[in-house]
Design a binder for this molecule. Structure first.
Ligand code: ZN
Ligand code: ZN
Length: 583
């Protein structure tokens, strides 16, 4: 028998104390939080209040807050630029009133940390002026009111009759400062990016959402010192490879004239393209580095190819800093330069862009033996690089349409990058056309996880599928799960797999066929949902076709969907090219 000892917790004295505490707590709560609805039955007593000095993105956020609340409830909250507005207020942005209410220090302009917080009957939403406040407004709509920006054309805005503001005090900061999504869904849609807190893109964007970080170039050796311009007159600028100078390799980085030319060319480029957050001085997309004696000597001195690269780029960055203070210069740690150097480190204004193209995407970088070499490189760079940035590959570039079961590693890898002090990440996905293998889901999920990789992937996926596929959602969810189960501890794959891969078992293909047929039937009367389900069906239609051995004669259903979606088959194969000559 277990004898329960007398507990002081239940003593009469203790009960009295608890009751007093409860009363005190209720009194304070009542003081802090007057139970007033933000809106009820199409009306609201609240005003949205901005400082007259509010930034462009804060004004956008206030306007959109008004629009979404209106759409959700029918209530229109007036927008005021007068901080002495009477009555309950939603303050958007940090201002004198918010300072008086919260006693919080003023956030830096570029700080993307945001807070939404109730004080008495007021709601304060604030962060850095550039994008922080705006992210706070969108996060409030998303987390408290259930607005989700799934795709550029699909936003979920729940209808609500009444919403009482609970006591709120919520602050978030991004896991990674720079978050770029190289996805078709993101590239032409700065509004969708802003709603999902994606803040970087290739080309420079100044917009009503506070702009975005744009990355100045990739593989720029051949752009800044072009072989078309220089090879005929200066072959010594280029790689000595297998005993001769070649135009289609890299640069001879130990040549002082190459350094001088690069500095001059980069300065001109910066003057002509002033808005990038970083300028790339990076190897071409080939593995033919210079083999001359001087280059080799420097490589030996600094621990390999990356040592010579850092030695060269450091000098470019130092020179550019003289004429363009504050400018950052980046280079790749990619393929032959992926290992970190020794005896030299990137200077303070150099960004190292580490590429994980060789990694196994079936298992997390942090725990897969196949990824141990990359993980070591990541650790090594993290120790010496003041600004480390990862180029992460997340789809099957050889077959965009095939089921690609790497969803379970996405969050884990982002946590690994964050934990290794990375300042940013670019997720390279299907950037050429939309509607490939779960690309709408992937783009939204990655945007969510780049901001906060502690989120539960399964939960996010379920939320997306439930809304996006409507009546077909239960079948799509089961199909999605069946795809992810194709991974086992023994199965490894990189960012290229093919239709004849052993993971696509007969059992899986039969199960997938059943589920997708059920999904198709569930939405047969709905054109919009049928289109979305067809995009998923394309995965198995293409897989079975590619395994059939009869490549001349694709099934009519595959052709029909492709003619409509126009999605790429693979990185080097567009739908147009594939459809050429097909019946
Ligand atoms: Zn050389
Ligand atoms: Zn693996």
């Amino acid at each position: 028998m277990v004898r329960i000892p007398f507990s002081p917790l239940f003593s009469p004295m203790c009960r009295l104390r608890s009751a007093l505490f409860l009363l005190l707590f209720l009194a304070i709560s009542a003081q802090l939080f007057a139970a007033r609805p933000l809106f009820s039955r199409g009306r609201s007593a609240y005003s949205i209040v901005l400082s007259p000095e509010a930034s462009v993105s804060e004004q956008t956020a206030a306007r959109e807050l008004q629009q979404y609340l209106q759409e959700m409830s029918g209530a229109t909250l007036p927008i005021s630029h007068n901080l002495t507005t009477v009555g309950p207020c939603v303050y958007v942005g940090y201002n004198a009133k918010v300072e008086a209410l919260t006693h919080a220090p003023q956030p830096a302009v570029d700080d993307e940390t945001f807070t939404y917080r109730t004080i008495g009957q007021h709601l304060c939403i604030y962060g850095g002026q550039e994008r922080g406040t705006m992210y706070g407004v969108f996060a409030f709509l998303e987390q408290q009111l259930g607005v989700h920006w799934y795709t550029p054309t699909v936003t979920q805005v729940p209808r609500r009759r009444t919403y009482f503001l609970p006591a709120l005090n919520h602050t978030e900061s991004p896991a990674l400062k720079i978050r770029q999504l190289y996805y078709h869904e993101a590239m032409e849609n700065p509004a969708w990016c802003a709603h999902n807190r994606v803040n970087s893109i290739h080309s420079s964007v100044q917009n009503e959402y506070g702009g975005m970080f744009s990355y100045g170039g990739i593989h720029t050796f051949e752009i800044l010192i072009s072989p078309h311009e220089f090879f005929a007159t200066h072959p010594e600028f280029f790689s000595l490879y297998d005993g001769r100078r070649i135009a289609d390799g890299q640069l001879c980085l130990s040549n002082p004239e190459v350094l001088r030319t690069m500095i001059a060319r980069l300065r001109t480029y910066i003057n002509e393209h002033p808005r990038h957050w970083v300028y790339s001085v990076s190897q071409n997309d080939n593995q033919k580095p210079c083999q001359c004696a001087n280059c080799r000597a420097l490589e030996q001195r600094y621990g390999g190819h990356s040592g010579l690269m850092v030695w060269f780029v450091n000098q470019v960055a130092a020179a550019v800093e003289q004429t363009h203070p504050g400018t950052l210069v980046s280079t790749f740690a990619y393929q032959y330069t992926r290992h970190a150097p020794t005896g030299i480190r990137p200077r303070h204004n150099v960004v190292i862009r580490l590429c994980d193209i060789e990694c196994c995407l079936a298992h997390p970088i942090a725990s897969d033996a196949q990824n141990a070499a990359f993980l070591k490189d990541l650790h090594d760079w993290s120790r010496i690089a003041p600004r480390l940035y990862v180029w992460d590959y997340v789809v099957n570039f050889s077959n965009y349409l095939l089921p690609f079961p790497n969803f379970s590693v996405l969050a884990s890898n982002l946590r690994t990058f964050r934990d290794n002090r990375c300042i940013g990440v670019m997720e390279e996905g299907q950037y050429q056309s939309g509607e490939s293998e779960f690309s709408e889901l992937r783009a939204w999920l990655l945007a969510q996880l780049m901001w906060n990789p502690e989120q539960d992937t399964d939960r996010l996926v379920r939320r997306f599928i439930t809304h996006y596929y409507g009546a077909a959602a239960p079948y799509i969810q089961r199909y999605f799960s069946a795809c992810q189960k194709l991974v086992s501890p023994e199965v490894h794959f990189q960012c290229r797999i093919y239709a004849d891969d052993a993971i696509y078992t007969d059992r899986f293909r039969q199960r997938a066929a059943q589920l997708l047929e059920q999904a198709r039937r569930a939405v047969v009367s709905d054109t919009l949902l049928t289109r979305r389900v067809d995009n998923v069906r394309l995965q198995m239609l293409y897989l079975n076709y590619a395994r059939s051995g009869n490549l001349q004669d694709p099934p009519a259903e595959l052709l029909r969907i492709l003619r409509r979606s126009r999605t790429h088959i693979a990185e080097p194969l567009s739908a147009e090219k594939f459809l050429e000559g097909k019946r």
